[in-house]
Design a protein around this ligand. Structure first.
Ligand SMILES: [Zn+2]
Length: 243
């Protein structure tokens, strides 16, 4: 078994715990690759100081995370140095009323990704229609992380031929329509989206939650774990073939 955590915030988690033993334990249980998202200057620095063959990372200006202090200059430097596999997570979020700023930063970062031919990790909460119209103009490889909006919104975003990473947010009965639509699309990965803010009291290794995500997805959908991991492997090749 080889599972990829397609969206996590390892540098953010490293603020509160030593990661090495957690990564080793996760790897021993079959979680072999971590796709980390850096949203603060300190997180980028952590990743640069802790190279690990199991980890790749992206960086971006998040639409709704106050502590995000990255700017376009930081991102350009990371692109020039070839340190990041993708720009992101970026997008639109209706939890932040400053839509004009979000729009501007979203487009600037898509332009940057296009200039450097990099994939983009998307965070889309609300504003699906607008996001789709913008993204259509940038034919890039997309990884839509943690999408939990309407099924109609998904069906639109899926026209981008994006890969969607499944989080626990849609592993419930009331989201079964969306989960089914995503699994029919077949371009799927799995994620924990783990940060230091999501760790439960007394939880020894939150990275292992990825195994629960896959098992719960299997139980809800009726698709076996090996078949789900087969879809994951094909999706991973689609997204990372050129990297
Ligand atoms: Zn995230």
């Amino acid at each position: 078994m080889s599972i990829i955590d397609a969206h996590c915030h390892l540098a953010n988690l490293a603020d509160i715990t030593a990661l090495e033993p957690l990564l080793d334990e996760a790897e021993a249980k079959g979680i072999t690759r971590f796709v980390s998202s850096a949203l603060r200057k300190s997180e980028v620095a952590w990743h640069l100081q802790h190279p690990d063959s199991r980890i790749i990372f992206s960086a971006g200006i998040h639409p709704n995370f106050d502590e995000c202090d990255l700017d376009m200059k930081d991102l350009k430097k990371l692109c020039d140095e070839k340190s990041i596999w993708a720009i992101g997570e970026i997008g639109l979020d209706n939890g932040n009323p400053e839509i004009a700023v979000q729009r501007k930063e979203f487009v600037q970062q898509l332009e940057l990704a296009a200039d450097y031919r990099l994939p983009v990790v998307l965070h889309i909460v609300g504003h699906q229609e607008e996001a789709y119209k913008t993204l259509k103009q940038y034919p890039l490889p997309y990884l839509v992380h943690g999408y939990a909006g309407s099924t109609e919104g998904f069906l639109q975003l899926k026209r981008l031929e994006a890969v969607f990473s499944i989080s626990s947010r849609i592993l419930k009965e009331e989201k079964l329509d969306l989960l089914t639509a995503m699994l029919n699309h077949k371009r799927i990965l799995f994620e924990t989206d783990i940060t230091q803010y999501y760790v439960h009291e007394g939880e020894s290794n939150p990275l292992l939650r990825l195994i629960d995500v896959v098992e719960k997805c299997s139980a809800l959908s009726g698709i076996s774990v090996p078949r789900l991991l087969g879809m994951q492997a094909v999706s991973a090749r689609f997204l990372w073939a050129k990297n």
